[in-house]
Design a protein around this ligand. Structure first.
Ligand SMILES: [Zn+2]
Length: 294
């Protein structure tokens, strides 16, 4: 069922596990995510960024499909605007049925980030949606941003930020970065800072730039208090590699088989990731029990 991200993350926070937030830009992505969540009995978050919906993932096609598939799934599924920055994109997302908004003001000054996040958080909450903010700056792997310690989230500022903005989840910068790291590079995460943030904030924390961070880093991040892990690059790469492999084997492979093969490979990857971050097996009810979420 389609729900707000708030309840999903509250359960993850109280039971010390994390939920995947997978970016989806087409039907195969969405079906892979929903099928994985249903088969693993795991909650999941479908992420769509403004860039993705402006360039390809038409919301008028995507949202009815997501609502329909999520409604028939025996697990909670949230639809989150990933990295909303412009007011128009956030208003569009709220109007069209997203159940959660992530506002990314991390490139702004602290004061501007706080002021705008507070407004967006109120807007989202007024519509029964959850809101995620970001403090510190999870930049781009290609710019080496994960290693810039002055981008990391400050604990005292985070406490003040959450108190004033009333966000339901906070994305923290502890050494990951978005996109693809250079070959062979494994980011070094600041777990001491993460533990301090968790104990000071006592709320769901979010790791952006989860792709390519390595299983050990991900496992430890969950142990230290991360409850939502954004994975875009890794899932997209699985789909791309599946297509490349199938075409390499047989350049005249049927289009439908090519797509369904990519979907299956993405589903397998997402299922193993759910096992890794502890979200598998958390929701054992059937759709008939759905009223507990209504
Ligand atoms: Zn991100």
């Amino acid at each position: 069922m389609l729900v707000s991200m708030k309840g999903i993350l509250a359960d993850a926070d109280s039971n010390n596990y994390a939920v995947m937030a997978c970016n989806c830009c087409n039907m195969e992505n969405v079906e892979a995510v929903v099928a994985a969540a249903s088969s693993k009995r795991s909650a999941v978050i479908i992420n769509i960024s403004p860039r993705q919906f402006h360039l390809h993932a038409d919301l008028d096609a995507m949202i009815p499909m997501i609502v329909s598939l999520a409604s028939a799934a025996p697990v909670p599924i949230a639809l989150n605007l990933d990295h909303g920055k412009e007011y128009d994109d956030i208003a569009t997302a709220l109007k069209k049925g997203f159940t959660s908004i992530m506002f990314d003001g991390s490139a702004l000054t602290y004061e501007a980030n706080l002021a705008i996040t507070k407004q967006i958080s109120t807007m989202a909450h007024n519509q029964g949606c959850a809101c995620e903010g970001e403090l510190g700056h999870v930049g781009q792997a290609s710019a080496g941003d994960g290693e810039k310690v002055d981008y990391f989230t400050d604990v005292d500022m985070a406490v003040q930020f959450v108190k004033e903005t009333k966000v339901d989840a906070l994305a923290v910068a502890i050494g990951t970065a978005h996109g693809k790291y250079p070959a062979g590079f494994v980011p070094k995460l600041d777990f001491v800072r993460l533990k301090e943030l968790k104990s000071a904030l006592q709320m769901p924390l979010v790791l952006h730039g989860g792709s390519g961070s390595g299983e050990e880093n991900i496992r430890r991040a969950v142990e230290c208090g991360i409850n939502k892990i954004n994975v875009c690059t890794d899932v997209f790469a699985i789909g791309r590699d599946s297509v490349a492999h199938a075409l390499g084997e047989n350049p005249s492979v049927d289009w439908m088989n090519l797509m369904s093969g990519a979907q299956k490979d993405m589903q397998d990857y997402i299922e193993s990731y759910m096992d890794l971050i502890g979200s598998s097996g958390r929701y054992q009810y059937t759709l008939a029990d759905k009223q507990q979420f209504d």
